[in-house]
Structures are given as C-alpha cells and as structure tokens.
Design a protein around this ligand. Structure first.
Ligand code: AKG
Ligand code: FE2
Length: 305
C-alpha cells in the first residue's frame, strides 16, 4: 500500500508574508490545488506558538476532568448561541448513526470573554489561541482570494465579525464495545468556510477521497490540518470542495485511551450572503441559491443536535 498520508499535501507558509511574488504565488497555487482536489491540507510554519496550543490542550483536559454536573452548568443550549458543553452521545455528526462518542466545549468570543466559570489562565489562553487562529485563517482566506483572482481582502472582510467557534473535543476511553455503527465522530463535512484542526497522537481521523476510500490523516508534528467547509464549497460552486471526514475508534490498545483535539471553525459574518462568486459560475451554472451564513449554520446545527 502506498503511504496514504502523502495524498494530503503539507504546505509551508513560511514565505507567504516575506517571500517574493513567485514564492507567494507558488503557495497560492498549492493551496488552490489542495482545496480543489482534496479539501484537506496540512500547513506548517503557521506562526502559532506550539506552547500556546499545548497549554490549551492542558486546559481542555482539566475541563473535561470536571464532574459532569460542573460541565453541565455551562451546557450548550441552542443553535443560535452555539456555545457551551455538549455531552457524550448528544451530537450525531452522521444523523443516520448513534450519537458520537465524544464530549465538547464550544467557545465563541462572547463566551470566552464573559464566562465567570473559567479561570483567568484558561480565559487568556483561549483568547490568545483564538487570536492566533484568526491570524492563520486570515492568511488562508487571502490565499483563497488570490487563487480565485478576486480582491485579496474579499474573504477577510466577510469574516471580520469573528463569528467563529473554538471547539475543545474529548473522546473518552472506551470501556465497552460501541453500538452498531457508532464511532468517535460520525462522517460529516464541516459547515463553515475553513476549519483548523489540532490533534494529539492517538489517531483515528479519516478523510474520504473522491473515489470513496477512507485515508488516515494522522497528526504530523508542527503542522495544523486545514479543511474547507460547506459554505466555502457553496461560495465557490465546488471549485473548493468540502470533504467528508470522521473519527474512527482505534482497533488496538489506543481505544482505551482518551483522544483530545481542538477545532477552530472559521465562519463568515452572520449577514454575509453566500452566493456563487461570479468567477465560479462561468463554466457551470450556480448549484445553490444564495443563503445568509447564519441561516445556513443554524439549519446544519439543527440537523445534528
Ligand atoms: O477530532 C477530530 O479530529 C475531528 C473533529 C471534527 O471533524 C469536527 O468536530 O468537525
Ligand atoms: Fe469536522
């Protein structure tokens, strides 16, 4: 078997800010190719501090170690806020299957700033991580605009309200066999424009290729996984694809260990009308009607909770 990891490219962003035009264009071309053909890439030299992310993982472990009653004090309540604690099996990313074997804490800018239950350290770590993720997604959004030959700040301007979600995820150790069809995270595509994913070394993340096979997307040191979501796919009329992925249960000893990951779901502003970009419907007709980013997100969350 060839190494499936190699199908997802690793793109170095080091010279995007500092390089000459040719170096920048090379990065843009590689990002375009990855998002067009696979919808997934690894980035390295993103500029984020690995120490910061490590700290966020530590806070995540501390949070999920709290008793259930404490976590439920800040339970996720509704789609329009989309923040708070989501218990095990509550979410079904694949609505045809049993609930996911995971728990999550969804954070947005408001809940990071205002939640009195978080320690000062947790608060500042989450806020700094948020800011770092915004910087990275802004760079990626700029490469997207360059790749599509639209004004470089087009996507950035449509994301400046920071309607994103920072999500801490914990997949508990498995004490008993899962239900039929149950996995750690059911197969799905993400809802927004771009997702950044940080994961530990337990593994299990799988990505579906165009011919339907599932390939592993393991953690690669000092990289972040980036994938394009459904709204970006709609906006670009499938020039950038939103690819199905899932988190499988390890078949070995690792199933008895916790898995932790952190996702940053980058979303357009609530009132952004996501309609096919003019340059993306010259070869084929627009596949979707226009929809506001907020209405789209709410409809997708309603289907999974
Ligand atoms: O935990 C992971 O590795 C992936 C999680 C995921 O795909 C999601 O929450 O959308
Ligand atoms: Fe996902």
């Amino acid at each position: 078997m060839t190494n499936p990891v190699l199908q997802i490219p690793i793109i170095d962003l080091q010279t995007f800010a500092t390089g000459d035009e040719l170096e920048r264009q090379t990065i843009v071309d590689r990002v375009y190719q990855a998002c067009h053909e696979i919808g997934f890439l690894y980035i390295k030299n993103s500029g984020i501090s690995s120490h910061l992310i490590q700290q966020l993982f530590t806070h995540s472990q501390q949070f999920f170690n709290l008793p259930l009653e404490a976590k439920n004090q800040i339970a996720w309540l509704d789609e329009s806020h989309n923040s708070g604690y989501v218990g095990i099996e509550r979410e079904r990313l694949d609505p045809k299957q049993p609930g996911d074997l995971k728990e999550a804490l969804n954070l947005n800018l408001k809940s990071i700033a205002q939640n009195p239950d978080f320690s000062t350290e947790f608060h500042s770590c989450a806020l700094n991580s948020w800011k770092a993720c915004v910087q990275i997604t802004d760079i990626i959004l700029q490469t997207f605009a360059m790749a599509l030959q639209i004004p470089e700040d087009f996507f950035i301007a449509n994301h400046n309200a920071q309607a994103h979600t920072l999500r801490l995820l914990h997949y508990p150790p498995l004490e008993q066999p899962p239900k039929q069809g149950q996995v750690r995270a059911g197969e799905h595509s993400d809802y927004g424009s771009i997702t950044l994913l940080f994961q530990d070394d337990i593994g299990g993340l799988e990505v579906q290729t165009k011919n339907g096979e599932w390939i592993a997307a393991p953690a690669i040191p000092d990289t972040i996984i980036v994938n394009t979501g459904d709204l970006m796919q709609r906006w670009t009329n499938h020039v950038f694809c939103s690819t199905k992925h899932r988190v499988a249960i390890p078949t070995d000893e690792k199933m008895k260990r916790s898995r932790y990951s952190i996702a940053f779901f980058c979303h357009p502003n609530d009132d952004t009308e996501v309609a096919c970009l003019p340059g993306c419907c010259t070869d084929r007709v627009a596949m979707y009607p226009s929809i506001s980013a907020k209405d789209y997100l709410i409809s997708r969350l309603q289907a999974t909770y």
